[in-house]
Design a protein around this ligand. Structure first.
Ligand SMILES: NC(=O)c1ccc[n+]([C@@H]2O[C@H](COP(=O)([O-])OP(=O)(O)OC[C@H]3O[C@@H](n4cnc5c(N)ncnc54)[C@H](O)[C@@H]3O)[C@@H](O)[C@H]2O)c1
Length: 260
């Protein structure tokens, strides 16, 4: 018996990192998972990994900053599998710069993907979730930056703080359907967004990551324990499960002590 047997879940940005780990864990726990990413190849890779252990899955390549693509994503669950039980709004990026150097494009891209994308997906999911006795789950991924701010992340901190307000509003508006909506605030998870910037990956034409000096300081604060995406996925499973039926409108801090 899996904790999510019979459930249908959409996980945005599940081609890589934390989203991929959530999708694999959900599928192992019996959920049918709709994989989404803006990039085709990693999304397909997640699907292949899930199919390899007999998990049920489908893919929808979509850009969540676009309302019609977000709808197409929710329709993949609704039309292929007949329902949508769990939505994990995980897709996000960083576009770091100090305030005077923050460009309009850096601000807009970060707000659009993290905040507007989350809203787009929730609005699109309403077609399948706003039903009496639905008992659904929405989990929005936020960050310590949204709780305490962060140097060089004015755009990201604003977007992630916005996700917390949005989470509480959904929790209130949709409580009557039995839907819970919570946020998870991560501290430091080992993905391309947190590797050393100097040698880091480019995402949409800009290097992501954390400068080595700051990264080393953060890791020291965590006593050398860096969370893996697999570690980060477990609390999402908890919030998606029956065990969390009475938890809504909360922010669960999963920061290994970075924020308390
Ligand atoms: N890594 C950390 O330490 C950390 C800390 C706090 C919060 N977070 C948050 O966790 C979430 C996952 O981040 P990650 O570290 O796994 O990053 P990641 O870059 O490894 O994965 C994010 C995925 O989202 C996809 N994506 C980006 N824009 C998209 C769009 N418009 N539509 C659909 N998919 C899109 C990317 O292609 C990528 O595959 C993000 O919301 C991030 O802000 C991460």
């Amino acid at each position: 018996m899996g904790k999510l047997d019979g459930k249908v879940a959409v996980i945005t940005g599940s081609g890589r990192g934390i989203g991929k780990a959530i999708a694999i864990l959900f599928a192992r726990e019996g959920a049918t998972v709709v994989i989404n990413d803006i990039d085709i190849a990693p999304a397909q890779e997640t699907v292949t990994e899930i199919q390899a252990f007999g998990g049920k899955t489908a893919v929808c390549v979509a850009d969540i900053t676009k309302a019609e693509e977000s709808q197409k994503l929710m329709d993949t669950a609704g039309e292929k599998f007949g329902k949508l039980d769990i939505l994990v709004n995980n897709a996000g990026i960083t576009r770091d710069a100090l305030i005077p150097r923050m460009t309009d494009a850096g601000w807009d891209t970060c707000i659009n993907i993290n905040l507007k994308g989350t809203f787009n997906c929730i609005r699109a999911a309403s077609k399948y979730m706003m039903k009496d006795g639905h008992n659904g789950r929405i989990i929005n991924v936020t960050s310590v930056a949204g709780l305490m701010g962060n140097v060089g992340q004015i755009n990201y901190s604003a977007a992630k703080a916005g996700i917390i307000g949005l989470t509480k509003t959904v929790a209130k508006e949709w409580a009557s359907y039995g839907i819970t909506c919570n946020a998870i605030a991560y501290g430091f998870v080992d993905t391309r967004l947190t590797r050393e910037k100097e040698t880091g990956e480019e995402v949409m034409g800009k290097k992501v990551g954390i400068p080595k000096k700051i990264r080393d300081m953060m890791i020291m604060q965590l006593a050398g324990k860096v969370m893996t995406p697999e570690d980060a996925a477990k609390p999402v499973l908890f919030l998606a499960s029956e065990d969390a039926a009475f938890i809504t409108g909360n922010v669960l801090n999963v920061t290994a002590g970075l924020y308390m």
